[in-house]
Design a protein around this ligand. Structure first.
Ligand code: LHQ
Length: 261
């Protein structure tokens, strides 16, 4: 009998869906899951047929963070473990040249919360929730939570969410800016696919540069951002997508940004 894959991979209409697949543990992460997810993100980045990537979870959870049954007897320090698994995953996701949607179908806890926040677009099911659960086991938030959360909600609310490890439901998450949209549980997968297809019809090269610009701007000065925009605009403006966008505008038709090959 072959073991169930820890990441399910499916491609439909230019959308690559990567599903964390340890549902009996709310997709708590072991090394195999983290390394395979990172590898699949890299493969999606290289595959010209893929325009948008979705990361979601199987079953009723999104990701419950580190599998706590899988940490004892390790010959790695916490630091080594994070450097070898979680950090490359978050770095790969943020640096991907394609939009990544985190489709948060259920509870996102610990490093799973960090993963949920790391998406370029965060779509939640109504019953989804997020818990900065680390302090329950007297750990520090990791996998980017200390970077994402204060930028979204401010340093004070971030500290409170981390210190009390309270569950944030989808309504509060949307109000706080932790997700872009909330969809009913029953239609969640279809809504996510439809959203991804809308995104896939947008100009892929321009969006890749936009993501690059935003990532860099988050840690740069205004002067640095202005200069970077000027350089990236040259790349965007020299691309066929720009030509097509302008031509479509003049011809009063919708632009066609998807080309074969
Ligand atoms: C789990 C887990 C889990 C194993 C649910 N592990 N089984 C990085 C590097 C190095 C070291 C440490 O950490 C890190 C980063 C981190 O992510 S630290 C944070 C680790 N995660 C947690 O502490 C979360 C622990 N889980 C929970 O607090 C709850 O399960 C949540 C709030 C996520 C969901 O609660 P419920 O909806 O009530 O579900 P449940 O607790 O009944 O869980 C369902 C099953 O999943 C259950 O198994 P069982 O056999 O009893 O049905 C849980 O044991 C299992 N599970 N999380 N992280």
């Amino acid at each position: 009998m072959t073991a169930e894959p820890v990441i399910l991979v499916e491609t439909r209409a230019g959308i690559r869906t990567l599903t964390l697949n340890r549902p009996e543990r709310l997709n708590a992460a072991n090394d195999a899951l983290l390394l395979t997810l990172t590898e699949e993100l890299q493969k999606a980045d290289m595959d010209p047929a893929v325009r948008v990537v979705i990361v979601t979870g199987a079953g009723r959870g999104f990701c419950a963070g580190q599998d706590l049954g899988d940490v004892s007897g390790r010959d790695m320090t916490f630091t080594e473990h994070l450097r070898a698994t979680y950090n490359p995953l978050i770095r790969t996701l943020r640096g991907l040249g394609k939009p990544v949607i985190t489709a948060v179908n259920g509870v996102a806890a610990g490093a799973g919360a960090s993963l949920a926040l790391a998406g370029d677009i965060r779509l939640w099911a109504q019953s989804a929730s997020l818990i900065e659960v680390f302090s329950n086991i007297a750990l520090v938030p990791d996998s980017g939570s200390t970077w994402f959360l204060p930028r979204l909600v401010g340093i004070h609310r971030a500290f409170e969410l981390m210190a009390l490890a309270e569950r944030v439901g989808s309504e509060d998450a949307q109000r706080l800016g932790l997700c872009e949209h909330v969809f009913p549980d029953e239609t969640f997968a279809d809504e996510v696919q439809a959203y991804a297809e809308r995104l896939a019809a947008r100009p892929a090269h321009a969006l890749s540069l936009t993501k690059q610009a935003l990532n860099a701007a988050l840690t740069s000065t205004l002067e640095g951002a202005l200069e970077r925009e000027a350089e990236l605009q040259q790349l965007a403006g020299s691309h066929w997508e720009h030509e097509e966008g302008v031509r479509a505008f003049k011809e009063k038709r919708a632009p066609e940004f998807v080309r074969e090959g």
